[in-house]
Design a protein around this ligand. Structure first.
Ligand SMILES: [Zn+2]
Length: 131
């Protein structure tokens, strides 16, 4: 079941994202919540962090379910944590180097981000269905 794309859902995921950004001490310049036919993203990402514009884009229709979307946000947050730790230019250089010598799936920044997201997601699932 995919996630609905309507005002309530946009508000909900904006709030969840803000809580997560604050908790991990990273702040994107902008958060875009959209559906994939509007984003022009050929890579078919569920979520994407644009390092140059510091924009996070979430594609509601590509996530399989809400936990999957939550995991994707945490994945992108880890990219921001790495960027913050290394500095933007160094992170960009090292990321590009990884992409040049490996590929997306074995890129160490991608592997680390996914591991982080899967390790953290269960402590945040309460945000999906608040009491
Ligand atoms: Zn990634």
């Amino acid at each position: 079941m995919s996630i609905p794309f309507n005002r309530d859902s946009i508000n909900k995921w904006t709030e969840i994202s803000k809580i997560l950004f604050k908790s991990y001490g990273v702040i994107p310049y902008k958060l875009i919540i959209t559906i994939s036919d509007k984003d022009g993203d050929l890579l078919k990402n569920k979520a994407f962090y644009d390092l140059y514009d510091r924009v996070i884009t979430l594609n509601m229709d590509r996530a399989e379910n809400e936990k999957d979307l939550l995991t994707s946000i945490l994945h992108e947050i880890h990219h921001m944590i790495d960027e913050k730790k290394l500095g933007s230019d160094t992170y960009d250089m090292m990321y590009q180097h990884e992409m040049g010598t490996r590929n997306y799936r074995t890129n160490k920044f991608e592997v680390k981000a996914e591991k982080f997201a899967l390790g953290e997601v269960d402590s945040w699932t309460y945000l999906i269905h608040p009491k």
